[in-house]
Design a binder for this molecule. Sequence first.
Ligand code: ASP
Length: 422
Amino acid sequence: MRLSMNTQILLGALTGTGLGLALGVLPDDATTRVQGLYLAGLIGGIFVALLKMVLVPLVFSSIVVGVAHLRQHGNIRRVWVSTLLFYLLTVTIAVILGVSAANLFRPGAGMHLDMFADALAGFEAKQLPFPDFVQQFLTGLFKNPFAALASGDIVALVVFALILGVALVQAGDRYPVINRGMEEMQDLSLRIVGAIMKLAPWGIAALLARLIATQDVALLETMARFVAVVLGTTLFHGIVVLPCLLWLIARVSPMKLWRGGRESFLTALATSSSSATMPITMRVTQTNFGVSPATVGFVVPVGTTMNMDGTALYEAAAALFIASLVGIELSTGQQIVVCIMSMLAAVGAPGIPSAGMVTMVMVLQSVGLPAEAIAILLPIDRILDAVRTVVNVEGDIIGSIVVDHVAGADLPRNPANLDARG
Ligand code: ASP
C-alpha cells in the first residue's frame, strides 16, 4: 500500500515529536543525543535549503504572472482591494485578541523582572527608533532587482515583480516572450516544489525532533502562564476566528481547510518560516482548493511577507506582558499604540524564524518599555514562533481562497498544468 503524501507528512511529524522527546530526556553530552541532533540538523537543513532554493524563482514569476493575468481579466483592482481589506480585517481581530487575552489573564502578574537579570545582562537589543524603522522599511522596498534576486530579499523582490507585472500589462501585447517565459518559469518552479515535497516527511520529522529536543524546559516552566495564554489565543484565532471567516465568506468547511492545508501547516510548524513554507502554500492553494494561479500568484506572496496574524497577536500580548513584568500599567491610549505598532511590526517582519523578535523592539519602544526585555521572550520563542507561523500561513491560505471567491470568479484555472504530484 502506498501512503498518501498527507499521511506520510503526518507520520513524519509524529515520529519527529517522539524522537525529539526521546532525545530531550538524554543528558546534553550523551553521544546518541549529540549524533541525533547533528543528523536532524543536517536533514532538516537540507529540506529548508531546498525550499529556499526554489523560493526566489517561484515568487518572482508568480507575482509577475499574477499581476499580468489579473489585468487581462480586468479585475486587478478588485483583487488588490479585497486582499488588503481581508488582511487588514484579520490582523485587526488578531491584535484585539492578543491585547484582550493579556488584560484578561494577566500572565505577568506576580512575576518579577529581577529574576531575569542574568538573561537581561547577556542580551543586547538592536535599538531602532520608530522613525528609523519606517525609513529603513520604506527604502528597503526598492532595490536593484538583481541584488534582491541574488540575496533572496523577498520584500524587495515582491515590489520589483509587482512593478514589472504592471509594466508588462501596460505594454499590452508587446512582450509575448517575456510573458510566456514567466508563466513557464512559474510552472517549472511548482514542478520542482512537487519533487522537493517528496522529502517533506523526512525534513519535517528532523526539524521537529530538533525543535523539541532543544527546548529549554526550565524556563518554559517559569513562563508557562504566558506561553499558555499566547498559545491559547493564537490557537483560538487559528481554529475559531479564521475558519469562521472562511466559512462565512467562501463556504469552505474547517475540515476541508485542515485536510487541504495540512502539508503547509506542518511545514510551517517545523520550519517556523512562512517564506520557506510559501512554495508549498502556493501549491496546496491551487491543487487542493482550486484557487486560480493568478490569485495565488498575487495573494500568497503578498500575504507571506505582510500578513502575519500570529505575529501581530503575539507582539501585542507580549508587550502587555512585559509592561506588567516591569510594573507599568499601560493606559488605553498606550494599548492602542501597542495594537497599531504590532500590526506594523508584523507587516515589517520577514517570514523567517523569530523575525517577530526583531520587530518586537519597535513595539516595546513605542510605549517606552525596555527593548532589553526581549531577553525574557527569547528562550520561549521557538515554540511560540512555530505555532504563530502556522497561523500566519493559515491566514495566507484563507486569504487566497476568500479573495478568489470574492474577486476571481472569472479567472482561469489550470489544475492539470500545476499538479506535479505525479
Ligand atoms: N516566523 C514567523 C513567520 O515566518 C515570523 C515571526 O517571527 O513571527 O511567519
